[in-house]
Design a protein around this ligand. Structure first.
Ligand SMILES: [Zn+2]
Length: 206
């Protein structure tokens, strides 16, 4: 792309670093911002800067939060003996939307993926195992997407829990293999949590 302005080129370049945004889309978005009042761009960049500099992660479940302990973990009505293991905040939001789950979450921050250089130490697995050893958790529900990485991660965690009295289950799959959780509709996802199956059973089925 030939730009008449270095400023424009820089802005388009930075925008195109976002996932799913090619150079053309980046140019369209930047030109759109230029047509809007200055304050709009200031609000956008201000919101991003504030988010980046002040965002916290819940010290217990590692979900994105404005405070030390997120609203879900701090809610005394939630069942702390039941913990749903998810990849990121999008899964928490999707499951919360179903209104079917009253336990807590544990946000891993990704999945084990040797291809992408993500190992167990890059995720919050140790923190989960430590919590499990405290003895409050009775059941862990694996709700990672059923990709190879998701299965590997489930199995790794399952092995780490060896010797602990915790039952493990996996959400029932109305969701096709490889689908990401966030795209599952609320009713299907809600049902798949209610009708979860023992994790060991899911291993034999594979
Ligand atoms: Zn939390």
């Amino acid at each position: 792309m030939d730009f008449s302005s270095k400023l424009l080129e820089n802005a388009v370049y930075e925008m195109s670093q976002l996932p799913g945004i090619g150079k053309r889309t980046a140019l369209r978005l930047v030109l759109h911002l230029l047509k809007q009042p200055t304050e709009q761009t200031q609000r956008l960049s201000g919101a991003l800067e504030t988010l980046r500099s002040t965002v916290k992660f819940c010290t217990s479940c590692h979900n994105i939060s404005d405070v030390e302990l997120c609203e879900i973990c701090a809610n005394p009505k939630r069942d702390e003996s039941l913990v749903c293991v998810v990849e990121d905040i999008r899964d928490v939001m999707a499951i919360e939307n179903t209104g079917q789950f009253k336990g807590l979450y544990h946000v891993l921050g990704g999945k084990i993926s040797p291809m992408e250089g993500v190992g167990p130490q890059d995720l919050t697995i140790q923190s989960l195992v430590n919590k499990a050893k405290e003895g409050k958790i009775k059941e862990l529900i694996f709700a990672l997407s059923s990709t190879m990485e998701g299965d590997t991660t489930n199995f790794y965690i399952y092995k780490q829990l060896d010797g602990l009295e915790i039952s493990t289950s996996t959400i029932a799959r109305g969701i096709a293999v490889g689908d990401e959780l966030e795209y599952a509709d609320e009713i299907t996802l809600g049902r798949s949590i209610v009708n979860r199956i023992p994790f060991e059973g899911s291993l034999k089925a594979n």
